[in-house]
Design a protein around this ligand. Structure first.
Ligand code: B12
Length: 347
């Protein structure tokens, strides 16, 4: 397929199928190192990836789609919006919005595979392709920005002027030579609300996140005990963090009354058994942290928010043979137990 008209027609087919399959944004990037990818290398070199050693191991692959598909020529970039209301329990504890519903790794992958199959069936000649969602080593935001799906905001997120940043990304890397789209203008202007909103000061400069200060990193990716400074800062966040997105004017106002009875409270998390976890959350993105990870975060959150009613449940948790969970429970108990009264009398 070489004629420009054929290439345009193939891109049109991909677009049509992608939009019909429920993706809200579509664009094509060339399968070559995207602009400003050097930021990724600098980020790793400066050790800003905290404990995410897999990012370091795959640094060279992330900008080279040919490592995923030899002869790759194009990256078809797709974006799907997710829930915009907070995912907030009745006790005020919060999960990242993207964790609502079935795990996007599965749903978006299936949808993108459907797009690839349906589009390729309408295009003449053999076409090779490979679908990527999140865990595939590909710099998704950089390719999406190159494909004109949105711009990279100061909070590091890909932002669309109509849909904001509550978007998940997926790609189809293909050996089809599709005409690339143009990037869009960056529209953050002088706004720094996201940078100022971060409770842990995780942004070292616009777009430069220190993962070792990011609550999303600690509550999703980190295994084992949380450092005390993180437990102090966790507040109501039990899984992930959307604060730098909530602050973004492109995402619209946050609905303060958006609690959801389906979201467990800290008390429920602390006592949740394996069976209930599997049934209710086994097929959600919460699995990345796992039951014990979420329980660890809920225990830290109980201490950080001063929820003394949870002392009995924390006492039981402190005995559980999981280092992260029991450590957070002991820390919370210490914090919630008033020191023994000292005699203030005259001597
Ligand atoms: C590791 C990871 C994390 C880490 C590190 C995040 C980070 N900022 O690097 C942690 C665990 C902290 C994390 C958190 C979150 N993540 Co995450 N994460 C990833 C993952 C797997 C790799 C990201 C990575 O390589 N980071 C290293 C940095 C240096 O690279 P980068 O983020 O791609 O940034 C590049 C661009 O910004 C580019 N660039 C290009 N042009 C420009 C222009 C300007 C002006 C700037 C500043 C930069 C820039 O330069 C950078 C280097 O290439 C991707 C999936 C993937 N395969 O890419 C998802 C991904 C980035 N995460 C996602 C989400 C949803 C989140 C959270 C919102 C989840 C949550 N609610 O808790 C938060 C958001 C935190 C934040 N503000 O970034 C989505 C983002 C979608 C979007 N709209 O941007 C992705 C794309 C997953 C997906 N498939 O949808 N995540």
């Amino acid at each position: 397929m070489t004629a420009r008209s054929d290439r345009l027609e193939a891109a049109r087919i991909f677009r049509e199928v992608a939009l019909a399959a429920g993706f809200s944004r579509f664009g094509v990037a060339r399968a070559e190192a995207p602009a400003r990818f050097e930021r990724f290398r600098d980020w790793i070199a400066a050790g800003r990836h905290a404990g995410m050693a897999y990012l370091e191991r795959t640094a060279d692959v992330r900008s080279r789609p040919q490592n995923l598909l030899p002869d790759a020529k194009s990256v078809v970039c797709l974006a799907a919006p997710y829930r915009t209301d907070a995912l907030c329990a009745q006790d005020g504890s919060i999960l990242a919005r993207y964790a609502a519903g079935p795990d996007y790794h599965g749903t978006l992958r299936k949808r993108a595979i459907h797009v690839a199959r349906a589009a390729v069936a309408r295009i003449a000649g053999p076409v090779r392709w490979r679908v990527c969602v999140d865990s595939t080593p590909l710099a998704e935001r950089s390719f999406a920005a190159a494909a004109g799906l949105g711009w990279i905001g100061k909070n590091g997120c890909l932002i669309d002027r109509e849909l904001g940043s509550y978007l998940l990304l997926a790609e189809i890397v293909t050996d089809l030579d599709l005409p690339p789209d143009d990037p869009v203008a960056e529209l953050c202007g002088s706004c720094v609300r996201c940078l100022e909103s971060c409770p842990t000061g995780a942004f070292l400069e616009p777009g430069l996140l220190d993962a070792a200060r990011c609550l999303a990193y600690w509550t999703i990716e980190h295994r084992g005990p949380l450092p005390d400074a993180v437990k102090e800062s966790v507040g109501n966040r039990v899984f992930g963090c959307d604060i730098c997105q909530e602050a973004c004017p492109w995402n619209g106002p946050v609905r303060p009354d958006a609690t959801d009875p389906e979201v467990p409270t800290r008390a429920e998390w602390l006592q949740m058994g394996k069976g209930e976890w599997r049934r209710r959350f086994g097929a959600t993105a919460l699995n990345r942290a796992g039951r014990r990870g979420i329980q660890r975060n809920a225990a830290a959150s109980a201490g950080a928010t001063g929820d003394r009613a949870l002392l009995p449940a924390l006492g039981r948790a402190a005995e559980i043979a999981d280092r992260g969970f029991s450590d957070a429970a002991r820390w919370a108990i210490d914090r919630l137990t008033p020191p023994p009264a000292t005699s203030k009398g005259l001597r």
